[in-house]
Design a binder for this molecule. Structure first.
Ligand SMILES: Nc1ncnc2c1ncn2[C@@H]1O[C@H](COP(=O)(O)OP(=O)(O)OP(=O)(O)O)[C@@H](O)[C@H]1O
Length: 272
C-alpha cells in the first residue's frame, strides 16, 4: 500500500459518523419523551480538529460521552469507521476538565503516565521510552517523580494529557480540558495541544463554550442550539493556519460572526 493510500485508510478508520442521534431521559418526565439532544447528524473526518461550542447545559458533554461510550444513546447511529459504537474502546480516550479525578494520587507523574502501558504488560524499557517522550512533549521533564499533590492545576492537566497520549488512542475526546486553568496556563496548553495535534494526526473533538478557544484550535466549529432538543445549528470552517493570531482581522471577523450566532442561542435560553 502506498503512503497516501495508508494515510487515507487511517483517516477513514478514524472517521466518526453520527446519524439522527437522540438522547432522552424518559424517566424525568413520566409520560412524555424529553430529549436532551435530538436528531444530531455529523461526520467528523479522521485527523480533524473538531470543536463543539454551545451554551451551558445544551448537551455538549452528553454528546461527547455518547461518543466515548460512557452514556447510551436513545436512538440513531454512531460509527467509528465502519463499526457501530455502543461502549468505550481503546481507540477513543477522554480528557476531562478536572484532572484530579482522573489521576491516581498515590502514583508519581511517571507512574500515572505509564499506568495504561503497565496494564497492557508492556516491558519496562519500552514503557520508559514512551513516558519519556510524552512527559517531554507536555513540558513536564524534571517533574517525573512528583506526586499529583505536588503539582499545580496546569501540571496535573498535562499529566492527564500525557497519560492519554501514551496510550496512543486515534481519537481524543476533550471536555473543556482547560476550563479550570488560569488564562496564561490555558493559552500555553492550547498552543501545546495544537502542536501535538499537528504532530500526531489524531482526531480531536473538543468541547468548549469559549469562542476564542474554539477559533484558536478548531478546523471546524459546530455551534449547538440550546436544549432541550439540542441540535447542531451551524458549522463554521476556520480557513486559517497555525499558530493562529487572534489579532488578525479575519480571526476577529469570524469571532464576531460566531458571537452573534451564540448570542442568539443564549437569548433563546433566557427568553424561551
Ligand atoms: N443523568 C442525567 N439525567 C438527567 N438529565 C441529565 C443527566 N445528565 C445530563 N442531564 C441533562 O442534560 C442536559 C445537558 O447536560 P450536559 O452536561 O450534556 O450539558 P453541557 O452542554 O455539557 O453543559 P456545560 O457546558 O454546562 O458543561 C442538562 O439539562 C442536564 O441537566
Amino acid at each position: 500500500m502506498s503512503a497516501n493510500a495508508s494515510a487515507n485508510a487511517h483517516t477513514a478508520s478514524n472517521t466518526i459518523t453520527i446519524e439522527r442521534l437522540n438522547k432522552s431521559y424518559a424517566d424525568l418526565k413520566p409520560g412524555s419523551i424529553h430529549y436532551i439532544i435530538k436528531d444530531i447528524d455529523l461526520v467528523i473526518k479522521g485527523g480533524e480538529f473538531f470543536v463543539l461550542l454551545g451554551p451551558s447545559g445544551c448537551g455538549k458533554s452528553t454528546l461527547l460521552n455518547i461518543i466515548a461510550g460512557f452514556v447510551s444513546k436513545s436512538g440513531g447511529n454512531l460509527r467509528v469507521g465502519d463499526e457501530e459504537i455502543s461502549k468505550p474502546g481503546r481507540e477513543r480516550a477522554v480528557v476531562f476538565q478536572q484532572a484530579d479525578s482522573s489521576l491516581f494520587p498515590w502514583l508519581t507523574v511517571r507512574q500515572n503516565v505509564e499506568f495504561g502501558l503497565k496494564m497492557k504488560k508492556m516491558p519496562k524499557e519500552q514503557r520508559r521510552a514512551i513516558s519519556d517522550k510524552f512527559i517531554r512533549l507536555v513540558g513536564l521533564f524534571g517533574h517525573e517523580n512528583k506526586f499529583p499533590r505536588e503539582l499545580s492545576g496546569g501540571m496535573k492537566q498535562r499529566v492527564q494529557l500525557a497519560r492519554v497520549l501514551a496510550n496512543d488512542p486515534s481519537i481524543l475526546l476533550m471536555d473543556e480540558p482547560f476550563g479550570a486553568l488560569d488564562a496564561m496556563t490555558r493559552r500555553t496548553m492550547q498552543k501545546e495541544l495544537s502542536h501535538i495535534w499537528q504532530e500526531t494526526n489524531k482526531t480531536v473533538i473538543f468541547v468548549t463554550h469559549d469562542i476564542q478557544e474554539a477559533l484558536l484550535l478548531g478546523g471546524r466549529i459546530a455551534v449547538m442550539s440550546h436544549g432541550p432538543n439540542a441540535h447542531i445549528s451551524d458549522i463554521y470552517d476556520v480557513p486559517m493556519g497555525y499558530p493562529r493570531d487572534a489579532s488578525l482581522p479575519e480571526f476577529q471577523a469570524l469571532h464576531r460572526t460566531i458571537q452573534s450566532h451564540f448570542d442568539a442561542e443564549l437569548e433563546g435560553t433566557m427568553y424561551p
